[in-house]
Design a protein around this ligand. Structure first.
Ligand SMILES: [Fe+2]
Length: 247
């Protein structure tokens, strides 16, 4: 299988408004920084000149308030949600932010059988439109900006990558989802990193045993890719457990 290029990446667990790890990352010698969702911004990110490229996937709480979502969209940072980006000159990073919600798609039987289908449009789903047209005219409700849509999932699954970053966890975690193991294995990644659950955790995907790391609230993982299918990773900032445990 074709492999992407070597890279050094810094991955940051859910900041929830605590941006110190990100500000420290601005000064680091890495190819890119990826924030794993729930940034909780109240103003757009403006990294200083010379900072590494800043990327993110959205978390569920980024769609709690319009200021969080609008700040994220106005930031000088690149969303990796639903796509594969080449970071550090060729390391392919796939991103899937947001969470599974029962009204859209909760991929466990029997709900999976009721799925409108991969080709369905958001309008085919009941109850996902904005209840207040003055806030988000004619569009999806803010909350569902951070829902995982089966169409996006299916499109991502057809691609290839070296690393998968998620907000939700794969099935090794007690609150994880098996379809994310399947996604990682379809993409051909050799490492999966996720946020959302606020504690450090480690496991592997269900079939091929791809390593999976859960990054703690405001924790930082350094992941170094050798360009030939092997990642080395280490925690370089543990955590800061000073906020309520609300993944
Ligand atoms: Fe979350």
């Amino acid at each position: 299988m074709m492999r992407g290029a070597a890279a050094r990446l810094m991955l940051i667990g859910d900041p929830h408004g605590g941006l110190e790890p990100l500000q420290e990352a601005y000064r680091q010698d890495v190819d890119a920084v990826v924030v794993l969702g729930d940034l909780g911004l109240t103003e757009p990110l403006r990294p200083p000149a010379g900072a590494p490229p800043i990327c993110y996937i959205p978390g569920n709480h980024d769609a709690d308030h319009s200021i969080h979502w609008r700040s994220l969209e106005a930031s000088s940072a690149e969303s990796l949600h639903g796509r594969v980006a080449s970071l550090g000159g060729g390391c392919r990073v796939a991103g899937l932010g947001g969470v599974f919600r029962g009204r859209v798609w909760r991929p466990e039987p029997p709900a999976e059988a009721a799925l409108p289908g991969e080709d369905a449009a958001p309008a085919d789903y009941p109850g996902v439109r904005c209840p207040d047209p003055g806030q988000w005219p004619g569009e999806l409700a803010l909350r569902h900006r951070a829902s995982i849509w089966p169409q996006e999932f299916a499109a991502l699954r057809r691609q290839h990558a070296d690393l998968l970053v998620l907000h939700e966890a794969p099935a090794y975690h007690r609150y994880g989802f098996r379809v994310l193991d399947d996604l990682a294995e379809s993409l051909g990644v050799s490492l999966v990193v996720h946020g959302h659950h606020h504690g450090w955790s480690q496991g592997a995907t269900a079939t091929r045993g791809v390593p999976v790391v859960g990054v703690a609230l405001r924790g930082v993982l350094l992941a170094v890719y050798d360009g030939s299918g092997t990642w080395r990773f280490e925690r370089i900032r543990e955590s800061q457990e000073d906020s309520p445990n609300v993944p």
